[in-house]
Each structure stands twice: as C-alpha cells, then as structure tokens.
Design a protein around this ligand. Sequence first.
Ligand SMILES: Cc1cc2nc3c(=O)[nH]c(=O)nc-3n(C[C@H](O)[C@H](O)[C@H](O)COP(=O)(O)O)c2cc1C
Ligand code: SF4
Length: 422
Amino acid sequence: MKQVHFITELFDKYDGRSLQAYLDAGGFTALKKLFDISSEAVLAEIDASGLQGRGGAAYPTGKKLRQARAEKAARKFVVCNADEGEPGTFKDRELLKCNIYQVIEGMVIAGICTQSQEGIIYVREEYTNMHDEIRAAIAECYKHNYLGKGIMGSPYNFDLKLFSGAGSYVCGEGFAMCESMEGKSGRPRSKPPYVKQEGFLRLPTLVINTETLSAIVSIIKHGADSFRRYGTEKSPGTKLISISGKVNRPGVYEIPFGLTIREIINDLAGGIRNGKKGHFVQIGGASGGILPERLWDTPYTYEDLAKAGLSVGSGAIVVADEDNSLLDYLKVVQDFFRHESCGKCTPCREGNRQLRFIFDRIINGTATAADYDNLEIVLDVMGKASLCGSGKTEVVPFRTAQRYFPELFMTKECFVAKKAVV
Ligand SMILES: Cc1cc2nc3c(=O)[nH]c(=O)nc-3n(C[C@H](O)[C@H](O)[C@H](O)COP(=O)(O)O)c2cc1C
Ligand code: SF4
C-alpha cells in the first residue's frame, strides 16, 4: 500500500469547481454529522484520530481546537494557512485546486467547534491564478447557505473570505500573518500572548493548515478508526507529501506514515533521474534536515525522523543526486533565508549576513579555522535566540549536514591536510 486516498478521496472524482458535484460526491456530510452528534463529539473524534497539525509544528489538532474554544471573546477568527511558502512544498496547492469545498467545509467545522464566526483563507500571493476560483467557491457556499447565517438551518453562523499574502515566507508564521492581514509589514510579534489569545486585530485567532482542515473533514466523515488504519501508533494516518528534485515523477502523493524514504523515492516518484545514484534528501522544506542516501531506509514517521534529527515539517522532500554538491545546495538554502529574513531580530538578520560570508569562503576553499569556529557560534545563537521559527529552524539543514557529512565542515588545517593527501 504505497499511495492511498483518504484525504484525497475526491481528487479527480468530481468537478472541483462545482458545489453541486461536491454534494453529489458526499460533500458536507461531515458538517451534517456535526449537527447530529455535537461539536464535543467531533472534538473527541479528532482527539481519537491522533491528528497532528500538518503546517510543520505537528501540534495535536484536537488539543489546539479545544484551546481555541476556551478563549472568550465577542469576535474570534479561524485562519486557514494556505501561505505555503516553504520551498519544495506544494501539497496545499493541490487541496485548494482539486477540492476547495472540502477546505471550506473544514473551516466551517473548525469555526463551529471553536465558537468562532469569522474565517479567512490566507492564500499566498503566488497562487493568484487560483484566487478567483476560491472566491467563486466561497460565493457558491453563501448562495446555498453553507456559509453565512443559520448554516443549513442550524443556529450557527460563519462568514468566510480570502486574503492574499504579498509573497513573503515569514507571513506563514501566525503573528506575521496577522500583522499582514492588518495591513502592516509581515513581521512576527514576541510571545506571550499567543496568536490563539491575541492574534488578528488582537483577538483570539486559530491559525490552522489547509491539509489539517481537509483531514478533519475526512476523519469526521469516515471516523477516527478509518484514519488510524494507516500509519503507525505514534504517527497515525496519512500525509500529503510533495516530492521534487532529481526524481522521475515529482508531484504530490498521499502516503500512509511508515513508508521508507527509499520506497517513496523509488516506488512513488519513479526513482532517481537518468539512472544516477542518490546523494541526499532534504525533508520538510528549506528549514528541514538533510538525510544521506545511506539512511534512506528510515521510515517516514514523526518518531523515526526525530531519531535521525529531522522532522516531517511541511511534507516536502527534495531529492539530490550524485551530481549535486551539498555545499552548493546549502548555499541556496541560506540565500533563501537571508532574502526572507524580516530583519526584526538581530540573531537572524545579522546571523544570515555572517553565514553568507562564511559560506562563500567555505565553498571557494579559503575558510580559516576562525570561520569554522564562527559558523558554530552563529548557528548556535540563531537556533537559540531568534524571535521566530524562521531563524530558529534555519540551523537544522546545517546541523544535520554537519552530522552526516562532517568532512565538509573541517577546519582549514584538516582541509589543507586532506588536499595534500589527495
Ligand atoms: C517562518 C514560518 C513559516 C511558516 N509557514 C507556514 C505555511 O506556509 N503554512 C502553514 O500551514 N504553516 C506555516 N508555518 C507554521 C504556522 O505558524 C502554524 O504553526 C501552522 O499554520 C498551524 O497549523 P497546524 O496546526 O494545522 O499545523 C510557518 C511557521 C513559520 C515559523
Ligand atoms: S527570526 Fe528572522 S524572520 Fe523571524 S523575526 Fe527574527 S528576523 Fe524576522
């Protein structure tokens, strides 16, 4: 069982732009079920499924919804995080494109469960071509009372609109997203208070990933047990992955947790292009860890990846072959973070400038022992003292590269000695 269709059950089975077609395919049955069994029973089902947030942090979704519900305020918001700015990640795009009505249904369910009456789908600016279709789907739902006042004859109200980001990676972070929706430049705030307490307009805000919302609908529709048929005890269910790089069939696949990285690359993505040998993968986006080819038999689960110093992250897997230099790859990763750093905190803003200088010297072979020492200091400070997850997790690709390819991070003396031997 390599590829499965639990969350993607309706992909290509109906005209994704037609509400009627969605209804004919069983759409909005999860919402009807909520009206039958109560929001408390829905939350219990989500708890039982073991679903963890698919935006990167893997926080238990049931717990998160309960925390959002516990916040007391006259206005509360649910924000669907469709910013998808993590390089190599394009699975939320497929959910928006092929099954937008399921995302909307997930938003309504999340709104009712958390007693929030206003929702926003925050879509990355680069998905402009999809904005009109998403707005049209929202309008259809209003027209047929799946949004608005007294949804489907129930006492519940829920309003929904789309907000377009402006193309910044950091706006995927909850606070930066709220600032951006308030018309300010997208920069994270310091915590506490947390987004769930004082997010958009300083009001309680639940920021939840597009895939998490879609998974909620499938879980309520089919039951937590059906979800748990897939995966492992600690990583139950399925996950959408986006695989790219040097493979024959890049794309988005829904997999049960527990396949090995090698199975994903060979059996789903068609193996490495042009019969080349694999070199390494980066898992979870630009802030994800590097895993060498010799460890590709590691199962893709939260627990096994954690043992290897990695995480599932955004679900991205970027594959490099024997022709790709790891140092060149890391330089591109670092360029990305330097470009996207919002500049609010010193460790990330200045750390990125310093990393650039050091990396240039490592790549052109002029790095000194002091450069390697400074690399340690900069990574350490960034990982510990950056204000948001961007600076904090940027160190992960470098730390895992050091762990698995230590020869690339030698002192100048070692470097010269090795050159002399060669
Ligand atoms: C710099 C940065 C970028 C992020 N980008 C995204 C993103 O594009 N999409 C997303 O769902 N979560 C992103 N996150 C994580 C969100 O802040 C948040 O944890 C997530 O949307 C919560 O949803 P979940 O519980 O469903 O995972 C990002 C976090 C950081 C620090
Ligand atoms: S870690 Fe980077 S992106 Fe995050 S607040 Fe600091 S400067 Fe901005």
